[in-house]
Design a binder for this molecule. Structure first.
Ligand SMILES: [Zn+2]
Length: 652
């Protein structure tokens, strides 16, 4: 029997789950469901990543032990996944005994194979990202998040990553599908080509981690610990490793694009060093953007899955994320788009097709699927094409395209029903009309059955209901492998007909927005306190979400004049500006390249946030931020003045 092993990244327990986490997990769940429906022996792993200094500090700040904190947050993830009906086979936590033992075994194996040595590390470390940074000055900003790094001097264990540069490049070349999509593969290859340095894989300045075997004053680097979950969950290195022998290597390891380097460089290198086969492919999806930014706790622009589940249900969220976003690319989330997509595709699309088809069969044929007088080739051929293309698109992770195709069949059948007007056929009582009506009803029901079967992995709840209403029983027993036109048996008795997707009105958007506002500020919400590291932006907030005048006064807004403007190479959205503030000229990197040609900005007066901590964008330091209106879905428009204002004037 064919096997299929799929993993999500394990989620770091410094934040409660949001729909960014749900997105990855839903994608994996959908793939796992489809594989099972194809008769493949499938194993689906998810879990939580619970070690590291960031957790130790967050627990301290919250007045809890790290174990208490991780128990709470890990349980929140698991409860949400269960509420969403996600069909994972195992849920690994890196604080579990089974994981710790197995990680230590992995460490020993790599050490015994000669790829671990002891050395001294002095350098900069970003606690927030758990990342050693290639920088020499103390406090240099982290290239990932812009927070100041901390200087660490440590005697550490090092992994000989440098020994794997050629082997990794050979891997990427010989196995082009190892990293998907192509853009991510290119990034990784250029990173590896630029040279790999040995990697510090232990820490001795904190203790919340897995002790290094035979040297317990060190704990194992949190990324080595975390990445190993994909094999420790299967029992790697233990007496009971039958799952490991059965399912490893993984067929698909799904990740977000921000952790590509860890999964496509470090992970295969660790496995090579331990003599363990490599996964067949790492698939990186894009970011879920909300208000143009990556959804993240530190930005405070999180949308919780619970809100959407409460108002529109599980299928609505799943369908939206997989249909709306081109997998692999960044995609925007908004409540407006969610409700619009729900109404057009689910309520008015599939839901409407199901209810009109089933109701007509009930009304005109007493609830029994009629025998068709002929095969309607136009619809049958369209359905065959959809079946073939849907599978192919799915295997390439093109969920959006697959669904678009299936919903094309829904539209074709809608048109077919209107053109053949079954209600008019029913009024004529002659034999020809009666036979024609039978064909129309059968054809519509059979197309509905095929769309329902194909869509089941994506919208499991509604499709299970439609399946039962079609009189076909339990959809879990359906095998997708032999799905073809004409299998619906005439004479099948329909089940009880009920609408599956009630239309959502405008109030749904308002309700979700209100719930999000309340969810963010609700007292007693068991959100762990923010980690005590200096943040780029951190405005204290009063309980009702408002800031005080003193808080506002901290923001130094000044009038500046653009002296130099040019495009940033390889960044479509960024311009590098030099802005005169009266007292000095600042370099500012601004995301306005899609709105303004650089030459049109020279001499223009703009509003600058002058006291923003410097941050790096594409390797360029940005000293301040330029203020612009950001219309939803539109281009940025710079703030400006009708009257002439001297350069350097403060706004207050
Ligand atoms: Zn960082």
């Amino acid at each position: 029997m064919k096997k299929f092993y799929i993993t999500t990244p394990i989620y770091y327990v410094n934040a409660r789950p949001h729909i960014g986490h749900a997105y990855t997990t839903i994608a994996c769940d959908t793939i796992a469901r489809r594989q099972r429906m194809l008769g493949v022996d499938t194993y689906f792993l998810t879990g939580t990543d619970e070690h590291g200094q960031k957790i130790e500090r967050a627990a301290q700040a919250a007045g809890k032990s790290p174990q208490q904190l991780t128990d709470e947050v890990s349980a929140q993830f698991r409860a949400l996944w269960d509420r969403m009906g996600l069909t994972y086979d195992d849920y690994i936590r890196t604080t579990e005994e089974r994981h710790k033992k197995s990680v230590q075994q992995l460490f020993r194996t790599i050490r015994d194979n000669g790829f671990i040595y002891k050395g001294t590390y002095t350098g900069q470390y970003c606690v927030y990202d758990e990342l050693y940074v290639d920088a020499t000055e103390p406090g240099a900003p982290c290239p990932e998040c812009g927070r100041p790094t901390e200087t660490v001097h440590e005697e550490n264990y090092f992994f000989k990553l440098s020994a794997f540069q050629d082997k990794l490049l050979r891997l990427y070349n010989e196995q082009p599908d190892f990293i998907r999509p192509e853009t991510r593969r290119n990034e990784v290859m250029s990173f590896v080509r630029s040279g790999l340095r040995d990697l510090s894989i232990s820490r001795s300045t904190f203790s919340w981690g897995i002790p290094v075997p035979d040297d317990p004053k060190h704990v194992i680097y949190v990324w080595l610990d975390a990445l190993a979950n994909y094999i420790t969950a299967l029992g790697y290195g233990t007496a009971d490793d039958k799952l490991f022998r059965k399912y490893w290597p993984a067929d698909v390891q799904m990740i977000g694009k921000e952790i590509v380097r860890f999964h496509c460089v470090y992970w295969p290198a660790f496995l090579m060093a331990a003599g363990i086969p490599l996964p067949k492919g790492i698939v990186a999806h894009g970011w879920l953007l909300f208000e143009e930014n990556k959804m993240s706790k530190s930005r405070g622009n999180i949308v919780r899955a619970e809100t959407i589940l409460d108002v529109l249900g599980n299928d609505a969220l799943r369908y939206f994320l997989l249909r709306e976003i081109v997998f692999g690319q960044d995609g925007s989330f908004s409540f407006d788009a969610l409700v619009q997509r729900y109404n057009s595709d689910l309520a008015n699309g599939l839901g409407n097709l199901a209810s009109r088809t089933l109701t007509m069969i009930a009304r005109y044929r007493g609830g029994e699927v009629p025998k068709p007088a002929q095969v309607e080739d136009s619809i049958a051929d369209a359905a065959r094409k959809v079946i073939a293309e849907y599978g192919a698109a799915f295997d390439q992770f093109q969920f959006s395209r697959a669904l678009e195709g299936a919903w094309g069949l829904v539209a074709a059948v809608d048109k077919y029903i209107v053109e053949n007007a079954p209600w008019a056929l029913d009024e004529k009582k002659d034999e020809t009309s009666r036979a024609h009506l039978g064909t129309v009803l059968y054809t519509s029901a059979e197309a509905l059955r095929i769309v329902t079967a194909l869509a089941h992995p994506v919208i499991p709840e509604a499709t299970a209901k439609i399946w039962a209403q079609l009189g076909l029983g339990d959809i879990k027993k359906l095998s997708l492998a032999g799905l073809q036109w004409g299998e619906l048996q005439p004479g099948t008795r329909l089940g009880k007909i009920e609408p599956v997707f009630p239309r959502a009105d405008k109030s749904a958007i308002e309700r979700m927005q209100t719930m999000e506002e309340q969810g963010r500020t609700a007292a007693g919400a068991p959100e762990p306190k923010p980690v005590e590291v200096p943040k780029v932006t951190a405005a204290p907030v009063t309980p009702d979400g408002k800031i005080t005048i003193d808080d506002f006064a901290k923001v130094e807004l000044r009038v500046g004049q653009v002296k130099v403007a040019e495009r940033v190479p390889k960044a479509d959205k960024l311009l590098r500006l030099e802005v005169d503030l009266g007292t000095e000229v600042r370099q500012v990197v601004a995301g306005i390249a899609e709105s303004y040609a650089p030459e049109t900005l020279i001499g223009r007066k703009v509003v600058i946030v002058a006291n923003l901590a410097p941050r790096k964008l594409r390797g360029l330091e940005s000293n301040g931020m330029i203020v612009a209106a950001s219309p939803e879905g539109g281009k940025a428009i710079l703030a400006g003045f009708w009257e002439d204002v001297p350069v350097g004037t403060r706004l207050k």
